[in-house]
Design a protein. Structure first.
Length: 329
């Protein structure tokens, strides 16, 4: 591997000038590497700040066009829609997930009608934005039921596909749901709708600000440890990915991102499948708060995002994706 030695070999030689550093750079980022999450709320003409996420907002549907216009202009390949459902529409079974007039369904239709296939739309498949207990599935005696939940998720998937969603992203961690969703999509002529499985999703404290953003934070009873993964485990991540690929996932997600950078790398090396990293809300807020307080320079954002590329991620879901002009330059 090492082909020479000091003093004839000097690695600093190629670091001396900017042109030379650029010449030998091994990893880089472009807007095509990003997915922009968008939080939705009911109402009109609102851009509502989210207390736990500096510079991230919830938008009413009439504000969507300007966001999507900008995303397309900046060459982002995909957006991800997340609804903040009004409390009065939540119940214990997450019924609102199956309402064809819910926020997400209206948003998909609006965007598809106006922008056709100029940009991809990704939607979560899970019940947590719609349940009064804040869990991703049906709850019975403190346990999230697997097979019963899948039955609802299949219908949620089908509905979102009918509305025009391009990429379904099951984020619920039920066993076997990817296969069941694939089967249902294929049976209903949605063979071309993709599945991005949240294959490796850890039970994580890094999701706190997101739960605030979608309004499930105060509601969540207990934790999600009986379905999301234990952060002590890495072999288990490979088993999850292997299963989801077998069941028909087109891409897999690792989430959270930076604290699980080792997992991104092993998944990529083992499976050679498109791997998406989710730089989650807690990661975002930690960085942004540090920067906003002046404790740390904003160049830390690029440094952090490049780590995902080095590890082998194909793309990154990031709340910074609407400000890449300032970050990537
Ligand atoms: C819900 C979901 C969560 C996130 C994406 N989809 C939260 C959770 O599982 O509690 C987290 C995203 C983030 O923190 O940015 N299934």
């Amino acid at each position: 591997m090492i082909t020479g030695k000091y003093p004839s070999l000097r690695l600093r030689r190629s670091r001396k000038n900017d042109w030379s550093r650029r010449l030998i750079e091994e990893n880089n980022l472009s807007p095509s590497d990003f997915i922009l999450p968008i939080f939705l709320i009911e109402g009109k003409n609102k851009k509502q700040p989210i207390k736990s996420m500096p510079d991230v907002y919830r938008y009413t549907l009439d504000k969507l066009s300007s966001l999507v216009d900008k995303a397309i202009k900046n060459k982002l390949p995909m957006i991800a829609l997340f609804p903040n459902t009004e409390k009065k529409k939540k119940d214990f079974k997450g019924t609102e997930a199956l309402n064809e007039n819910n926020l997400v369904c209206r948003a998909i239709q609006l965007i598809k009608k106006k922008y056709k296939n100029e940009i991809g739309i990704m939607c979560d498949v899970a019940l947590d934005p719609y349940t009064l207990h804040g869990h991703d599935g049906l709850l019975k005696s403190g346990y999230v039921l697997n097979d019963e939940t899948i039955k609802v998720l299949i219908n949620q998937s089908l509905l979102q596909a009918e509305m025009g969603c391009d990429v379904l992203a099951p984020s619920d961690m039920m066993d076997g749901r990817v296969g069941e969703i694939r089967k249902t999509l294929d049976k209903n002529k949605f063979q071309m709708v993709q599945i991005l499985s949240y294959a490796v999703k850890y039970a994580s404290s890094y999701y706190g600000p997101f739960r605030d953003a979608v309004g499930s934070k105060g509601l969540l009873k207990g934790n999600k440890k009986n379905y999301q993964m234990d952060f002590r485990n890495n072999n288990e991540a490979l088993r999850e990915v292997a299963l989801d690929i077998k069941e028909g996932a087109d891409m897999v997600m690792v989430k959270p991102g930076l604290p699980y950078i080792d997992i991104i790398k092993t998944v990529k090396e083992n499976f050679k499948i498109p791997v998406i990293a989710y730089q989650v809300s807690g990661e975002y807020s930690l960085l942004s708060n540090g920067i906003n307080k002046g404790f740390i320079d904003k160049s830390i954002i690029l440094e952090t995002l490049i780590a995902f590329k080095r590890a082998g991620a194909n793309a990154i879901v990031s709340y910074y994706a609407d400000r890449l002009d300032k970050i990537l330059k």
